[in-house]
Design a protein around this ligand. Structure first.
Ligand SMILES: [Zn+2]
Length: 68
């Protein structure tokens, strides 16, 4: 059985460049955990910004709610 993958998409509010990561459930737990918001740093302009999980990865946000 294939493991579920989650795509996290974020966009920098400063320069607009977007970033997309594909992570497994274990990686999601390790990297973000069950949080509504998380911090990102833009690889282009180094701007630090906060992303909402429900926007960046609705699927993971849903999983978090189920587990609550
Ligand atoms: Zn940027």
């Amino acid at each position: 059985m294939a493991k579920k993958r989650y795509t996290v998409q974020t966009a920098c509010p400063q320069c607009g460049c977007s970033r997309s990561q594909v992570l497994s459930e274990d990686e999601m737990k390790e990297r973000y955990g069950h949080v509504p918001n998380f911090d990102m740093e833009c690889g282009e302009c180094m701007e630090k910004y906060t992303s909402e999980m429900k926007t960046a990865c609705p699927e993971w946000d849903k999983e978090c709610r189920i587990q609550e």
